[in-house]
Design a protein around this ligand. Structure first.
Ligand SMILES: Cc1ncc(C[n+]2csc(CCOP(=O)(O)OP(=O)(O)O)c2C)c(N)n1
Ligand SMILES: [Mg+2]
Length: 518
């Protein structure tokens, strides 16, 4: 006889797959067993890709990477209790970056909550405002039609996530028996109507005269480039904006602003796409009373208006009269003048240059938080590449896992996924080095810039706290990356001179490249 739990789980997962879910992540547990069995059946039938992880925090960040790269909802299965709480960091990032995650969290049924039952806590409010909706789903029973219930819950979750991408929790209570051998989820087929969202669009017609720049932060995308190119505006694009390409991109904008060049004082209007977070000088533009800020609503990163002074928040922009290309030309000339020539030293700027040179169409790049993404902002060339970074909350956590999830989703047969990260960022996610052997071969490189701790703090106010600095900010760790790589079955390459970096970046398979900065 089929357990109601199994009927429900088989139909729920079949519904999510029918609605476009291509990847399911799971960590083992007892309360979630019907979901795990159904997921495995579907994976063995080739209807979904299943990835298994032991650590739920690692799993959630890996799923986040997959959802980020594929722009499709990814399902995550956990058992009850602390297992659920381990999803929290990735859920926060997903919330702030608009990444669609469907959390299927198994729970005890109502009668076992609040009475001291094992592995039971309040899972409904666990994620607070970081979750856009929690479905509190009662335990399947023999009285109701579990196939119909599962279809309803699955469709409702898919509709919600399509209308507003972000994390959604399906808290699923299960009563014993927790699973059965039938039904086989691989034999369950359901139909989900295609979802269609009708959104109203706020359209702005702006005067052409004000001297305008476009700022592209995380999540900006090609719309920022299209706007800049249509109206002849320079674009200042962060590395993970998806907009650092094309003839209007000013690669050296960061240096120009830091040098307070005359031209930077002529800016009268800023149009911002996505969520810029990397430069204090860019931030200062939004607080400058002589500059008008127009915000283009982000579909992923929430409202961006740090200075509370956006003149308009719009979806589409047009201009009312002829534009003046002189302005763009002045910026282009200056951009060339501010280019810094490369040399053969092993330093951060050259590491960025080599990594960008090695990365081509079909590859992708993941930039860790902290210093290297800012160095990339300053030195990365203008090049159309798939560049990802967790800028929703800019944590140094989960970066190896995120990169792995991207490698698992990105349609780059034989291409490379390269993550450029700091030493503390790497150590924060050592658990992410443990990869499910059934995930298969991948060209995944972790380029770890080992500069003996958190060197970003050397450029901040705290550097003046000399006595405390090493112990409470820099926090150098003495972990041996070679042994770490060995333990987890990764290749290891040590780079001590710039000439060793380019060949290391061509090594296929899973490779940890430790770049040692003296
Ligand atoms: C989860 C999390 N904890 C703490 C921080 C604060 N933080 C920002 S940068 C940084 C140091 C990172 O060091 P490393 O990865 O070695 O990069 P580096 O700046 O040295 O290149 C820390 C601890 C954070 N962003 N996220
Ligand atoms: Mg470091």
């Amino acid at each position: 006889m089929s357990a109601p739990a199994q009927v429900f789980s088989a139909h729920l997962l079949a519904t999510l797959i029918a609605g476009g879910v291509e990847h399911i992540y799971l960590a083992p547990g007892s309360r979630s067993q019907s979901l795990a069995i159904a997921a495995d059946q579907l994976a063995r039938a080739g209807r979904v890709k299943l990835h298994v992880r032991v650590d739920e925090r690692v799993m959630a960040f890996t799923a986040l990477g997959t959802a980020l790269a594929s722009q499709k909802p990814v399902a995550i299965i956990t058992t009850s209790g602390t297992a659920v709480a381990n999803l929290h960091p990735a859920v926060l990032e997903a919330h702030h970056a608009g990444i669609p995650l469907l959390l299927l969290t198994a729970d005890r049924p109502e009668e076992l909550r609040g009475v001291g039952a094992n592995q039971t806590t309040d899972q409904i409010g666990l994620f607070g405002p970081a979750i856009q909706h929690v479905f509190d789903v009662e335990a399947p029973d023999a009285e109701n039609d579990q196939a119909a219930r599962a279809l309803d819950v699955g469709r409702a979750a898919l509709d919600l996530i399509a209308s507003q991408p972000g994390p959604i929790q399906l808290n699923l209570a299960f009563r014993e028996p927790l699973s059965s051998q039938t039904p086989d989820a691989a034999q369950v087929f359901v139909e989900v109507p295609a979802f269609n969202i009708e959104q109203s669009v706020a359209f702005a017609v702006l005067p052409a005269e004000p001297k305008t720049i476009v700022v592209a932060g995380a999540g900006a995308g090609e719309a920022a480039v299209e706007l800049a190119e249509s109206f002849g505006w320079p674009i200042f694009a962060e590395p993970s904006s998806g907009a650092r390409y094309g003839a209007n991109a000013i690669a050296n904008y960061r240096r120009l602003l830091e040098n307070e060049h005359e031209l930077t004082k002529e800016i009268e209007r800023v149009i911002v796409f996505g969520k810029p977070t990397l430069s204090r000088k860019i931030n200062a533009l939004f607080f400058n009373d002589s500059i008008e800020t127009i915000v283009v609503r982000s579909k992923s990163h929430g409202l961006f208006d740090v200075a509370h002074r956006a003149a308009q928040v719009v979806d589409e922009i047009s201009v009312s009269n002829e534009v003046d290309f002189e302005w763009l030309n002045s910026w282009r000339n200056l951009d060339e003048k501010f280019e810094v020539a490369a040399n053969d030293e092993l330093n951060r700027a050259n590491i960025v240059r080599e990594v960008y040179a090695a990365t081509t169409d079909g590859d992708c790049l993941v930039l860790g938080a902290s210093r290297m993404i800012r160095v990339a902002d300053e030195f990365a060339p203008v090049k159309p590449l798939a560049v990802f970074s967790n800028r929703g909350l800019a944590g140094i956590d989960g970066t190896i896992s995120t990169a792995t999830g991207i490698a698992l989703a990105y349609p780059n047969d034989g291409g490379f996924t390269r993550a450029l990260i700091g030493d503390l960022t790497a150590l924060h996610d050592v658990g992410g080095l443990a990869i499910d052997p059934l995930d298969g071969e991948m060209n995944l490189q972790l380029v770890v810039v080992n500069d003996g701790g958190g060197s970003i703090f050397e450029g901040l106010e705290v550097a003046k706290a000399k006595e405390s600095f090493d112990r409470v900010f820099k926090t150098k760790q003495n972990v041996d990356f070679w042994h770490l790589a060995e333990a987890y079955g990764w290749q290891y390459i040590r780079v001590e001179g710039l000439e060793q970096l380019a060949p290391a970046l061509q090594q296929s398979g899973r490779v940890l490249v430790e770049v040692v900065l003296g």
